[in-house]
Design a protein around this ligand. Structure first.
Ligand code: DX5
Ligand code: ZN
Length: 230
């Protein structure tokens, strides 16, 4: 399988000093910036948009930015995020009337495209669009908030998604989002994930340990991943 990527969710960062938080978490060894976009319509919370993504790029962030759209409708905002420097753009199939078109729109804008599956959403949506997907994101909580508990049925769903990806023989990342912690990342890896979003586990726990250093928690996550791979 591919390398493991750690993607801190900035939903748990200190928004008053977001640029510094992102710099610190990347300096501590994170690979990707997970950027949660919520609209108080598709999910019951309201967060950040393309302006903030552009601000992070302007600040000097060069790592991939993984934009997780929890908004409906989706299509109109895609070009704005591409312009703002998004690397990945993922969306929930329920939020688009034309999933195939939305996936193509994202790639046409030069970004990598992903589909996101809520805990109760079956993987069926993938069947006819596998060749248009660069990333499959499984939600292991219901989207809207950080700090929720991992829903354990997602482990079986990860195994199912991994089988589909292997069978297709395509270069598709398998990402997990919600309730990922040091004590469960190993079983999540063993079930097939290769990209790990963690919000509260990194920013809240890390900040408690030391306000400006996330090295310890990221090293602990990596140690569990290494154990699962050995
Ligand atoms: C939830 C978001 C997540 C969230 C994860 O809707 O998509 O990215 O920030 O937070 P934790 O890791 O705390 O569950
Ligand atoms: Zn997310």
């Amino acid at each position: 399988m591919t390398d493991n990527l750690i993607a801190p969710s900035i939903l748990s960062a200190d928004f008053a000093r977001l640029g510094e938080e992102v710099d610190n978490v990347l300096a501590a060894g994170a690979d990707i910036v997970h950027f949660d976009v919520m609209d108080n319509h598709f999910v019951p919370n309201l967060t950040i948009g393309p302006l903030v993504c552009a601000a992070l790029r302007k600040h000097g962030v060069t790592a991939p930015i993984d934009v997780h759209l929890m908004i409906s409708p989706v299509d109109r905002i895609i070009a704005d995020f591409a312009e703002a420097g998004a690397s990945y753009i993922t969306f929930h199939p329920e939020a688009s009337d034309h999933v195939d078109r939305t996936l193509q729109l994202i790639r046409d804008q030069g970004c990598r495209a992903g589909l996101v599956f809520n805990p109760a959403t079956p993987l069926d949506y993938l069947e006819y669009v596998m060749d248009k997907v660069d990333l499959v994101l499984l939600m292991s909580v219901n989207p809207g908030f950080s700090g929720q508990s991992f829903i354990s049925s997602t482990l079986e769903k990860l195994r199912q998604a991994r089988r589909l990806i292997e069978a297709a023989g395509l270069d598709i990342r398998l990402e997990i989002d919600g309730g990922v912690k040091v004590d469960n990342i190993g079983v999540i890896r063993a079930a097939g994930a290769d990209t790990f979003v963690a919000g509260s586990a990194i920013f809240s726990a890390g900040r408690d340990a030391d306000p400006n250093r996330y090295d310890t928690v990221i090293a602990a996550l990596r140690a569990e991943l290494a154990k699962a791979d050995s």
